[in-house]
Each structure stands twice: as structure tokens, then as C-alpha cells.
Design a protein around this ligand. Structure first.
Ligand code: FES
Length: 165
């Protein structure tokens, strides 16, 4: 799946930037520094906006294409911010055959965002994930640490309403 780029404006703080500079300085001379720097940068910012990728490329003196290539290739990296509530719908085989596609569609309809996007107010983000090992409960979704299984499309409005309140 091609990753989406965030349409939400970047609003990193000076403090985050200072931390990023420390991370870059720590790894600057390591071979293959891009991967660990991206991992630590994601911990600082929660995701990897293009502005952060540019700072990493300049700091490590590597082409932006390389940083971008690594951050889009590995599923552990997110190019979009996570909302206060991150909804993750499993699209693994067991969940998919039991209707996870319809579940994600309904969530998308209610929130007005697609997969790998975040609402403009920063409250909700929606992601599609691989099997989370709860296939017996398929189809499954999580909202932060809450797990919901054996979902029907009709359940979605009620579940989201709890977090919207
Ligand atoms: S396929 Fe969804 S939990 Fe395994």
C-alpha cells in the first residue's frame, strides 16, 4: 500500500527540533544511520513529516530520496500524525474475509477521513493493520488500547460515539 503524506500542517516545536539534532549527532558517524534516526525521530514527533525527513537528510548528509525511501518502505514508519484516538482496523486475511473492508469503510464515512489519515482537529486517525493475532475475534479493530472483536458494521456508530463524546 502506498503511504499517504499528511495534509495537516507541520507544527513541530523548538524542543522537538533540539531533540532531533541530538539524535542526528549521536548517529552521524554510524553506517546505516538513517534507520535508527528515523525510529528515534518518530518517537519524538509521533510520525515522520517531510519537514523532519529533510532535517534528517541534511543532518546526516544523505539524499532526501534515501530518507524518504526508507520511511515509506517500512510499515513501522508513519508519514501521517496519529490522532488522540488511533483506530486501527485489521485487514489480515481472517478479518478481511469476515468483512473488515466494510468496517473500515463505515469508519471512514463517519470521520470523513481515509486510511492513514487524521481528522483536522487531531482527535481521530485511521489505520489499516496486519493480523494482530486475534483472528478468533475477527473482524477486529482497536482504538488505542481498547480491542473490539466480532464486529458488525452496525456496531461502529455506537463504538465511535463513545470516543466522540
Ligand atoms: S487477521 Fe485480523 S486478527 Fe488475525
Amino acid at each position: 500500500m502506498q503511504k499517504k503524506i499528511s495534509s495537516i500542517p507541520f507544527n513541530g516545536t523548538a524542543e522537538q527540533e533540539a531533540k532531533l539534532k541530538e539524535i542526528i549527532a549521536k548517529h552521524k558517524d554510524d553506517p546505516g544511520a538513517v534507520m535508527p534516526v528515523l525510529q528515534e525521530a518518530q518517537e519524538v514527533y509521533g510520525y515522520l513529516p517531510i519537514e523532519v525527513q529533510k532535517m534528517i537528510a541534511e543532518g546526516l548528509s544523505v539524499p532526501l530520496e534515501e530518507v524518504y525511501g526508507v520511511s515509506t518502505f517500512y510499515s513501522q514508519f508513519s508519514l501521517t500524525p496519529k490522532g488522540q484516538y488511533n483506530i486501527s482496523v485489521c485487514l489480515g486475511t481472517a478479518c478481511y474475509v469476515k468483512g473488515a473492508g466494510k468496517i473500515i469503510e463505515r469508519i471512514s464515512e463517519i470521520l470523513g477521513i481515509g486510511a492513514e489519515e487524521c481528522t483536522a482537529d487531531g482527535r481521530f486517525s485511521l489505520t489499516a493493520c496486519r493480523c494482530i493475532g486475534a483472528c478468533g475475534l475477527a473482524p477486529v479493530m482497536t482504538v488505542n488500547d481498547d480491542v473490539y472483536g466480532r464486529l458488525e458494521v452496525e456496531d461502529i456508530d455506537g463504538i465511535l460515539a463513545k470516543y466522540m463524546a
